[in-house]
Design a protein around this ligand. Structure first.
Ligand SMILES: [Ca+2]
Ligand SMILES: [Ca+2]
Ligand SMILES: [Ca+2]
Length: 145
């Protein structure tokens, strides 16, 4: 097959590889983007609160808490090993050691769920079934010591 200058290029045999390259580039871009997000876990209690408050009504109900807590762990898990190390949590030594039940220097998913961090009641100070921004902030600040 001979192609002459000025003719419409024949993409038949060329487009698929380019499309795959583009797709690969897009996936890499998405991966790096999520790396950036991972590296920037929020330090402001309000930002963490917003991650839980899915419907943005200014309160976290039990469902929002349970659904989002796993997601929140992964945001703080900067090295993505499925556990939260001390430097990833910004927690005080006392709070961290309480959560790290087996004392291996990391809070596993199980330890997280079992600790006050993973318990709705620990955040809902007045027990009305909703966590307000103030209740949330108070607990987070307490954890940081
Ligand atoms: Ca980790
Ligand atoms: Ca542990
Ligand atoms: Ca409450």
């Amino acid at each position: 097959m001979h192609r002459q200058a000025g003719q419409t290029p024949d993409f038949g045999s060329r487009t698929p590889p380019r499309a795959i390259l583009c797709l690969a580039a897009c996936l890499i871009a998405i991966a790096s983007l999520s790396n950036v997000v991972q590296a920037q876990a929020p330090s402001d209690p309000n930002e963490i609160f917003d991650m839980f408050d899915t419907n943005s009504d200014g309160k976290i109900d039990r469902t929002e808490f349970d659904v989002n807590k796993v997601q929140v762990i992964s945001v703080f898990d900067a090295n993505r090993n499925g556990q939260l190390e001390r430097d990833e949590t910004r927690m005080s030594d006392e709070a961290f050691n309480t959560a790290d039940q087996d004392g291996d220097g990391a809070i596993s998913g199980y330890e997280f769920v079992e600790s006050p961090l993973g318990k709705f009641e620990a955040f809902d100070s007045d027990g009305d079934g909703l966590i307000t921004r103030e209740e949330f902030r108070a607990v987070v600040e307490d954890l940081r010591g």
